[in-house]
Every structure is written in structure tokens, then in C-alpha cells.
Design a protein around this ligand. Structure first.
Ligand code: GLY
Length: 396
């Protein structure tokens, strides 16, 4: 994989394609990250560091919906601060984020959730990458041991949810692809290939059973625990079972790009290319590339947009463009357009500690509809960081 990575980087850097004409240059991404880091520092004074109030979303009355570490979203605020510390080296960010991160440690033993990658890898994982703190590494490894307890060999997947047991036997959601990143890291950190094998098999099973002909994904696949066969193909947060829930498609793009980066398995690369095409050329994708919450929502264009799906998909695209030289300019053009729109007044939030407006948690539950949500912020910062490093490497 290392050789493939170096070759792809060379292809990427040496590509003879024309530079993008109207693309923002690296200065734009620098300025945006600087402004975001300054904003995050200013926001530190506006919220108290509290283990029971980790920022999640902004409520319609203007108050912050904060949670304990158990919520699936708890890793994103610390993860966002770690990335902004990486960019700005501001000590205030490091001091605050060390405290927010520590609140999440107890999740390392929770066997009742698949969201451990979101919680622990976005917080401790980012922290370990930047500090090499051995204690953080131990948390990542313990959490990975906990997560693989949810793996079923016959099915070839890690179980997602435990609720709704009267309907589902063994539900697996597309979002779960994101938790695999921690398992790949755990093999690198420990030398134990168990984590890698489970993550690789989970991605293969997801490719086989979640993915449709056109590379879009179902949200939930329910498996029969005795036979290991698919029982149901459904949605939980989308418009309908057959529809294309926008954030699910974004998890699909990010998840398979990351799985290719970690394994070199070309099947994942082909899937990531296919879903990128589906997402960005969809007839109901608006001109500004911020999707409606579901590509098949019934009242388009009078439906909420989902900035979180746009930010997550941009990160996937920015990984993918390293390996697809023939589409690199197209991918960068889509990413740049999205980042320019998300960086514009129409999408920039002004309420502490949030960065972006207009995300959607769950329309079917009437929950967090068209509000700032912390995971949009996390992936927006990640996308800016990824885009800046590409600009520095290639002058594109
Ligand atoms: N993983 C839950 C969501 O995307 O809403």
C-alpha cells in the first residue's frame, strides 16, 4: 500500500492537467482556517467546559444542545478543536481540547454502541496524531477491543444499533463505515491484524449488501443472525427505504475512500468513484452543491439542505482525488465550490461554538432540522485542512 500511495502521490503531483482557472488559491484556505481558529478561540470564552454539555447542535431558541460523552456526537467538538490547534498552534485551544477530550475516555468500555470511532477516534485519535501521547494511544486500543466485540463472523459485520429489537435482528447502517478508521489505526498501533481483518471484511460486506447498482446506498441493512442473510433493506433517517438520504451517501463516499486508503483494495476505489459521480452529478443536486437532506425528498426545492452531508462528502472527494488523476480537476472543482459556499455568509454560523448553519439531524424524527450541528463543523475543518495540504503540495 505504501508503494501505491507514493506512486499515486507522484501521479497526483506530476499530473499534466491544466490548473483550475477559477479555483481559490491556498491563501483562501489559509484565511478561512485562520478565521475559523480565531473564532474557535473567541468561542472558548463563551461556553463552560462541562462533561455533561459537550456541544452538539443549536436549538431553535438559540440555546446549545449539549450532551454527555455517550452521545454519538461527543467526539466532534474536541476533534474540531484539535484540528484548529494543529493549524494555528494556539495554546488556548490545546488547553481546552485536552479537557474536552478527557471527558470521552469512559466510552472505551461501552459495548452497547458502534459509534466508538466517532466518539473516540475523532477526539483521542486526532489528539494522538498531534501529540503522540501514549495514554491516548491506550484509549484508542482499548476502544477498538471494545468495538470488535460487536463483530459477527457469520454476517461479516459489526452490529450498529441495539434498539428496535422487535423489528431488527442485526442492523448495520452505512454510517458504520466511519468507525472502521479507528480499527485500521489500531492494527498499525498494536501490530495486531485482527482489527484490520474485521474492518476489511465489514467494508466488503457493506459493499455487497448496502450498495445499489448506481453506487448509492441503503441506510439500514438488517441481517438474520442465524443464516447471516439480509432480511431487510430500510431507512431510518431518510425519506424512504429506496431513497438516497444525503448524509448516508456522504458516509458512503468518505467510508469507501478511507477504506481504499487503508487497504489498497481496488473494489473500494471503484465504489468511491461511483458514489462521487452519483452525488455530484445527481439531477437534484442544487447548483451550489449543498444537497437537500435526501436526494428524493418529496418537496424539492422546498426542502432543507444538509451542510453536514456537503462537508463529509468533500472530505471523501479530497481523499479520492489523490488516486484518480484523470478526474482530479473535476473533484477539486466540486470540493472548491462546496468549500466556497460553506465559507460564505449564507452558511457561516454566528452562535458559539458553531461554525456552519443549515444541517439536518433527522427529518423523520423532526429532530435538528436546519440548524448548526457539530459534525458539519468537524468535517468542514477537516475538508479545509485536507484542501490546504493538497494546495501546498500541488499548487492547485
Ligand atoms: N450517524 C448518525 C447520523 O449520521 O445521523
Amino acid at each position: 500500500m505504501a508503494v501505491a500511495w507514493i506512486l499515486s502521490l507522484c501521479l497526483f503531483s506530476c499530473s499534466q492537467q491544466k490548473p483550475l482557472s477559477d479555483a481559490p488559491d491556498s491563501q483562501f484556505f489559509e484565511q478561512q482556517l485562520q478565521a475559523t481558529a480565531d473564532k474557535a478561540v473567541a468561542y472558548l470564552g463563551e461556553i463552560s467546559i462541562d462533561s455533561t454539555a459537550i456541544p452538539r447542535s443549536l436549538q431553535k431558541d438559540g440555546s446549545i444542545h449539549g450532551t454527555g460523552s455517550r452521545a454519538w456526537t461527543s467526539g466532534f467538538y474536541p476533534g474540531q478543536l484539535w484540528q484548529l490547534y494543529e493549524y494555528s498552534h494556539k495554546q488556548e485551544l490545546k488547553e481546552a481540547v485536552s479537557q474536552w477530550t478527557a471527558f470521552i475516555e469512559k466510552e472505551k468500555y461501552d459495548t452497547h454502541t458502534h459509534d466508538l470511532g466517532f466518539k473516540v477516534y475523532c477526539s483521542f485519535g486526532q489528539g494522538y496524531r498531534l501529540t503522540q501521547n501514549e495514554a491516548y494511544k491506550e484509549v484508542i486500543l482499548q476502544t477498538s477491543q471494545t468495538l470488535i466485540k460487536r463483530y459477527d463472523e457469520k454476517i461479516g459485520c459489526i452490529r450498529s444499533w441495539d434498539f428496535n429489537a422487535d423489528v431488527w435482528q442485526f442492523p448495520v447502517i452505512i454510517d458504520n463505515m466511519m468507525n472502521l478508521e479507528m480499527l485500521f489505526a489500531a492494527t498499525r498501533l498494536s501490530g495486531d491484524s485482527t482489527y484490520y481483518k474485521i474492518a476489511h471484511q465489514h467494508a466488503l460486506t457493506t459493499l455487497k449488501n448496502h450498495i445499489r447498482e448506481d453506487h448509492s446506498t441503503f441506510h439500514v441493512i438488517d441481517y438474520d443472525t442465524l443464516s447471516g442473510e439480509v432480511r431487510l433493506r430500510q431507512t431510518h433517517q431518510g425519506f424512504s427505504d429506496a431513497s438516497s438520504w444525503a448524509r448516508g451517501q456522504a458516509w458512503n463516499l468518505y467510508g469507501f475512500s478511507m477504506a481504499y486508503r487503508e487497504t489498497g483494495d481496488k473494489r473500494f476505489l471503484e465504489q468511491a468513484k461511483g458514489i462521487a459521480q452519483f452525488f455530484y452529478t445527481h439531477p437534484r443536486m442544487p447548483e451550489d452543491l449543498i444537497p437537500y437532506w435526501d436526494f428524493d425528498a418529496p418537496h424539492i426545492p422546498n426542502e432543507p439542505r444538509d451542510a453536514s452531508a456537503a462537508a463529509i462528502a468533500t472530505c471523501g472527494l479530497l481523499m479520492l482525488c489523490e488516486w484518480v488523476p484523470e478526474s482530479q480537476n473535476q473533484y477539486l472543482a466540486w470540493a472548491d465550490k462546496t468549500l466556497k459556499v460553506l465559507s460564505s455568509e449564507a452558511y457561516q454560523a454566528t452562535s458559539a461554538p458553531f461554525l456552519l448553519k443549515h444541517s439536518v439531524g433527522s427529518v423523520p424524527d423532526s429532530f435538528e432540522v436546519d440548524v448548526p450541528i457539530v459534525y458539519a463543523d468537524y468535517y468542514y475543518v477537516e475538508a479545509l485542512m485536507k484542501r490546504l495540504s493538497i494546495a501546498k503540495l500541488t499548487q492547485k
